[in-house]
Design a protein around this ligand. Structure first.
Ligand code: MN
Length: 244
């Protein structure tokens, strides 16, 4: 791969204490790949769980410092919340030197307006999940969560996780994927023909059509078995696998 001016996108690393290999892979990505980019976008679920910026551990500091080393070079780093790390706040952003993005948002990617979203908003067939999301992401609920002790938040997290795991067992793969009408509606609403998302762990470039015009939905992969990135430059976007 040539090293022209390019932008990198990653998501769904699900960094966790019990998967040090993935953290290691992220650190190596931040050391070797990220410094060559002109911007880095992290589109959610960087962490398996985030209990709040007041619960930062030494293991988190290693990750934060790796991000900081990129932003300190003058390479902008952008972060969008996922459904696992939606409690990331301004303190984390400040420590990393990154900018928090709204979900969804539209950026100018080398002349192509591109919509960025974590992706869970598009899984509209999963009605129970959308109801839970609306509740948990409500500013009032977030405030209540942050008012709990860290131990209480851990317990809440386990409770929510058990509930969603039990519910997901009953759901088909189709229900937990994006709804095609929701995808088209979001592209139409923002008047764009390209989107980059994560969340579903189904890395693929989907060619679709919106009002008779070609559009593209690029889905990043998770970092369970291997890494995944979107490499974007003036010639377009490429979804790439990163070998461990
Ligand atoms: Mn997700």
């Amino acid at each position: 791969m040539s090293d022209s001016a390019h932008t990198l996108f990653i998501s769904d690393l699900h960094l966790a204490a019990d998967r040090p290999d993935i953290s290691q892979q992220f650190l190596s990505f931040m050391q070797n790949s990220a410094p060559r980019a002109e911007a880095l976008y992290i589109l959610g679920d960087l962490f398996e769980i985030w209990l709040g910026d007041d619960a930062i551990t030494p293991a988190h500091d290693v990750i934060i410092n790796a991000i900081r080393s990129i932003s300190d070079r003058g390479i902008p780093v952008y972060f969008m919340h996922g459904n696992r790390d939606f409690l990331i706040g301004d303190e984390f952003a400040k420590a990393c030197g990154c900018k928090l993005l709204n979900d969804p948002c539209v950026i100018d990617l080398y002349g192509t307006p591109t919509l960025l979203t974590h992706g869970d908003l598009l899984c509209t067939d999963d009605v129970d999940y959308q109801a839970f999301r609306a509740y948990i992401r409500n500013p009032q609920t977030l405030e209540q969560l942050m008012a709990l002790s860290i131990e209480e938040r851990i317990a809440k997290g386990k409770e929510y996780r058990a509930g969603s795991q039990a519910a997901n067992k009953e759901k088909s793969m189709e229900i937990m994927d994006v709804n095609q009408d929701a995808v088209i509606a979001m592209l139409r609403e923002h008047n764009v023909s390209q989107m980059i998302m994560g969340h579903t762990h189904r890395p693929q470039v989907h060619a679709i059509e919106v009002d008779g015009k070609p559009a593209k939905r690029i889905v990043l992969g998770d970092w369970y078995e291997q890494g995944s990135q979107v490499y974007a430059d003036a010639s377009g976007c490429e979804l790439q696998k990163l070998m461990i």
